[in-house]
Design a protein around this ligand. Structure first.
Ligand code: NDP
Length: 318
């Protein structure tokens, strides 16, 4: 009988972890035991707590999503915390994976850790080609450490530790807090509040012109599971929609409006900053592996996220 895979997912209670759980539950997982962890199962900044998790579950495979994540202002004011907590989390997870003979680790990097001054579209080879944006250098260097460590574990010990780089993720179980959310859950929450108050204006910060690539968390989950089962390179791979699927913030706002069937006006507050105009990433490497992968159409993904938010308003992260 083939040996059973035991897969632990660190950060299993977050946006991406919950999406993986949904896909695994829907599609089945014969020969695999999946365990979804949260910070309640142990603080991964702490070596002893991390060791206890590995002893308890004896994983053969690890999907490592857990991270201290935060918006721009939190990053700006807590660079040392973002650096040290994420370095500790990543170091503990990789070290214990090595010490306990885990066969494969898939960790999560982020497109926002790429060099600040770079040509677009960015691809996987450019990760270390210059310093990250000063606003989040603590988080960025801790993320880049994963790729450096993956290569070092492989070259010194032959470990199969790799990583993925998602573009902006959204979907059910996202953070809908008005202060710290990303753009799509933030706009969904804002319009929900506006409709509740009977407002006929939907106010969106900035000009609406910046371009972004968004991946639906359930699509990302399918791709991460594919990476776990099939991808054999140490180098990272972008898990990102095609360049042609890039949308403006204005288009995002319009999709959110459509999803709520809101009949009022969108007002762009151009006194607020826009951030970088674009940060396009190339998914050529992914497309070489999976030329036929179908991403969920953006309008359907936004509508499903909005419906999840409305149905789970009482328990969502607000
Ligand atoms: P969430 O913020 O939704 O979830 C974070 C997860 O990490 C939670 O399960 C949390 O547990 C856990 N966690 C945080 N700190 C610790 C700790 N000290 N010990 C144990 N567990 C901890 O994150 P996402 O799902 O959005 O992100 C997953 C990964 O994807 C991250 O590595 C992130 O950097 C990366 N990523 C995300 C993008 C996005 O747009 N969301 C874009 C690109 C990359 P608890 O619930 O108990 O707090």
């Amino acid at each position: 009988m083939p040996e059973k895979k035991v897969i632990i997912v660190t950060g299993g209670s977050g946006l991406v972890g919950k999406a993986i759980e949904t896909i695994v539950t829907a599609e089945g997982s014969e020969g695999e035991k999946w365990i979804f962890l949260s910070s309640q199962d142990g603080d991964l900044c702490d070596y002893k707590a991390t060791e206890a998790i590995f002893k308890k579950h004896e994983p053969t495979h690890v999907i490592h999503l857990a991270a201290m994540v935060g918006g721009l202002f939190h990053n700006l004011s807590h660079k040392l915390d973002f650096l040290l907590n994420n370095l500790r989390i990543n170091d503990n997870v990789l070290q214990l994976s090595f010490e306990t003979g885990v066969k494969k680790v898939v960790s999560c990097l982020s497109a926002c850790t790429f060099p600040d001054k770079i040509s677009y579209p960015i691809d996987e080879t450019m990760l270390h080609d210059g310093p990250p944006h000063p606003s989040n250098f603590g988080y960025s260097y801790a993320k880049r450490f994963i790729d450096v460590a993956n290569h070092a574990y492989n070259e010194q010990h032959g470990c199969m530790f790799t990583s993925v780089i998602p573009c902006n993720v959204f979907g059910p179980h996202d953070n809908f807090n008005l202060e710290s959310s990303h753009v799509i859950p933030g706009l969904i929450r804002k319009l929900y509040n506006a409709i509740e108050k009977g407002d006929d204006k939907f106010r969106v910060l900035g000009s609406g012109t910046p371009l972004r690539q968004f991946i639906y968390s359930l699509d990302l989950a399918k791709l991460i599971i594919w990476v776990l089962r099939n991808y054999e390179e140490i180098d990272p791979i972008f898990l990102c929609v095609d360049e042609q699927a890039e949308v403006t913030i204005k288009q995002v706002a319009e999709e959110v409006v459509k999803s709520f069937n809101f009949k009022g006006d969108i007002v762009f507050d151009t006194t607020k900053p826009d951030g970088q105009y674009k940060k396009t990433a190339s998914n050529t490497k992914l497309r070489n592996y999976l030329p036929d992968f179908q991403f969920t159409p953006f309008d359907i993904a936004v509508k499903e996220t909005m419906e999840w938010f409305k149905a789970n308003y009482k328990t969502a992260r607000l």
